[in-house]
Design a protein around this ligand. Structure first.
Ligand code: SAM
Ligand code: SF4
Length: 457
C-alpha cells in the first residue's frame, strides 16, 4: 500500500482544504461596504503587484448529477447575453480602482462551463481586457472547458485570443459512467482535442473525478491508462465530494451506490502510482504535471503557489480580482465573495455597486498563518528564516501566533512525515499524503473547531 494504513486511520480527521486561510466558511455577511472599498483601493499598495482576473461563467447546458460547482442550467440566450453585459461592466468597475501601472499576469475563466458561451462573447471580453489593461509577457490565459462544447472552430478562436492553458473536464473515459451521472459526451474525442491544442503550443490539463457511481479500482485503472496515453501536460484528480445537503441533486446518485472510502483510496493509490510511474510529478495533494512543466519546475525551486483556481507559479500569481456570480477575490489583505444570485448580481452592478456578499479582512497574524499554510501545501516545506524576513518577526513569534505544538512537529518527524532541519522542515514523500494535517498544525482556528471540515483524505 502506498499510503501508510495506520497513519491513514490516525489522520483521516476533518481538516480544511486550505484553498484559503481562513477557510471560506469564516467569510461573513456582516461587513461595512465602504471599508471593503477602502481595502480594495489599498490592495494597489500590497504585494504581489500583478493582477489575476477570475471570471465565473455559471452556465451549463445540462446538470451533471455529481456537480458541486456554482452552476445555472439554462439554454436561454437572453439570460446569457445579459450576464455578459453585466460582467463587462464589472470588469470596468475594477479598472477604476486598479492602479494603471499594475499588469495582468493571469486570466482564468471558470464555471460552470465557459466554453458553453458563444465564441463571440469570449472575444468581446478578451478584447475589453486588451483595450483597458496591460499584461506581463507570456501571461497565463486559461479556460475550464467541457469537451461536449469544444469544436475545432471554437478552439481556433480561443487560440487566436491568446489562450495558452486549457483544462478539460474528462471525469472518466467510461461512457456508461458519464451517462449514469447525466454528463454530455465529448463532441470530439478527448485524445484529438489534446493533440490539436498541444500542437499549437497550448498546455492542456485533464480533470478526473474518482468515487462516482459504477467506478471501481479496476475500471478506473483503465481510465488512467487512457489518460496517460493521451499525454496531457497536467492532471487534476479530484475525490468526489458527495454533499447532498448542500447539492440536493447529488442524492439522485445514491440509487446506484457510491464507492466506499476504502475503494476510493484504492482508486487514488492506483492512479497515483500509474501517473508517477509514467513520469508525472505529484503536485500538492491531487495534481500531477510533466517534469518539464512550469509547476514541476516551480516545485523544485520552491516557487509554487496556490489560489482558489488551483496551483500556479509565483511568476503568474497575482492578487485575484473575481468577476461574476460566486467569484471570490483573493487579495493580500482581504477576501470578497460575490453573490451567487444572478438577479442580485445584475441589480448591484447596474447601480455601480460591487456585488460582494461575504467578506473577510485579514490582519497581519492571519497573513502570516496563511503564508505558512500555503508554503506547506504548495512547496512542501517551511523556512523559519525566510518567513521571519517576510513578516519581520522572530521564530518565537511564529510559534506564539500559530500556536503550533513543537511536540507534534517532532511526532510528525518520528512518523516519517517531515524531516526537520535547523531552519525548518521539509515534507517527505510519505508525508505528502498528509499535507492538510501537517499544515493544520499551524492553524490556531483548528484548536477551536475540529469538526467542521471534510476528512483529510
Ligand atoms: C467547472 S468544472 C470544469 C468545466 C466543465 N463545467 C466541465 O464539467 O467539464 C470543474 C471541475 O470540478 C470537478 N467537480 C465538479 N463537481 C465535483 C464534486 N462534487 N467533487 C469533486 N470534483 C468535482 C470536475 O472535475 C470538474 O471538471
Ligand atoms: S460538472 Fe461542469 S458541466 Fe457538469 S454541471 Fe458541473 S459545472 Fe456544469
Amino acid at each position: 500500500m502506498l499510503i501508510d494504513k495506520t497513519l491513514l486511520d490516525k489522520y483521516n480527521v476533518p481538516v480544511p482544504r486550505y484553498t484559503s486561510y481562513p477557510p471560506a466558511n469564516y467569510f461573513t455577511t456582516d461587513f461595512d461596504y465602504n471599508t471593503a472599498i477602502k481595502v480594495l483601493e489599498e490592495s494597489n499598495n500590497e504585494k504581489p503587484d500583478n493582477i489575476s482576473f477570475y471570471l465565473h461563467i455559471p452556465f451549463c447546458s445540462q446538470l451533471c448529477y455529481y456537480c458541486g460547482c456554482n452552476t445555472h442550467i439554462t439554454r436561454d440566450k437572453e439570460v446569457i447575453n445579459d450576464y455578459i453585459s453585466t460582467l463587462k461592466k464589472e470588469i470596468l468597475m475594477y479598472k477604476n480602482f486598479l492602479s494603471p501601472g499594475r499588469k495582468i499576469s493571469q486570466i482564468h475563466w471558470g464555471g460552470g462551463t465557459p466554453d458553453y458561451l458563444d465564441a463571440e462573447h469570449v472575444k468581446e471580453i478578451m478584447e475589453l481586457f486588451d483595450r483597458n489593461f496591460s499584461f506581463i509577457s507570456n501571461a497565463e490565459i486559461a479556460m475550464e472547458c467541457h469537451p461536449a462544447h469544444l469544436s475545432y472552430n471554437y478552439m481556433d478562436t480561443l487560440l487566436s485570443l491568446g489562450f495558452n492553458r486549457i483544462s478539460i473536464g474528462v471525469q472518466d473515459f467510461d461512457t456508461q459512467i458519464l451517462k449514469t451521472v447525466n454528463r454530455e459526451l465529448p463532441a470530439i474525442p478527448v485524445n484529438d482535442i489534446v493533440k490539436y491544442l498541444q500542437e499549437k503550443g497550448v498546455s492542456v490539463n485533464l480533470d478526473f473525478v474518482y468515487g462516482l457511481p459504477l467506478q471501481t479500482e479496476k475500471q478506473f485503472a483503465r481510465t488512467i491508462d487512457r489518460a496517460i496515453q493521451t499525454s496531457p501536460d497536467r492532471i487534476a484528480l479530484f475525490s468526489y465530494a458527495h454533499v447532498p445537503s448542500v447539492k440536493p441533486h447529488q442524492k439522485i446518485l445514491e440509487q446506484y451506490g457510491i464507492p466506499e472510502a476504502a475503494e476510493k483510496t484504492a482508486m487514488f493509490e492506483t492512479a497515483y502510482k500509474k501517473f508517477t510511474d509514467a513520469g508525472y510529478v505529484s503536485i500538492g495533494l491531487d495534481h500531477f504535471a510533466r517534469p518539464d512543466d512550469e509547476l514541476s519546475v516551480a516545485l523544485d525551486n520552491k516557487m509554487l503557489s496556490r489560489n482558489f483556481q488551483g496551483y500556479c507559479t509565483t511568476r503568474t500569481t497575482g492578487q485575484v480580482y473575481a468577476v461574476g456570480v460566486s467569484g471570490i477575490s483573493q487579495l493580500n489583505n482581504a477576501f470578497f465573495q460575490n453573490t451567487k444570485d444572478l438577479k442580485t448580481y445584475s441589480e448591484k452592478i447596474k447601480h455601480n455597486i460591487f456585488p460582494f456578499e461575504k467578506v473577510y479582512f485579514l490582519n497581519n497574524e492571519e497573513k502570516l498563518i496563511g503564508h505558512i499554510i500555503k508554503e506547506i501545501m504548495s512547496n512542501r516545506y517551511l523556512s523559519y528564516r525566510k518567513t521571519c524576513e517576510i513578516f519581520n518577526l522572530s521564530k518565537d513569534d511564529i510559534f506564539r501566533i500559530t500556536r503550533a505544538d513543537t511536540k507534534k512537529l517532532a511526532e510528525f518527524e518520528q512518523e516519517g512525515l517531515i524531516s526537520i532541519n535547523e531552519d525548518g522542515f521539509t515534507v517527505t514523500r510519505k508525508g505528502a499524503f498528509f499535507l492538510r494535517n501537517i499544515a493544520s498544525l499551524f492553524d490556531p482556528l483548528m484548536k477551536q473547531q475540529e469538526k467542521h471540515f471534510s476528512k483529510a483524505l
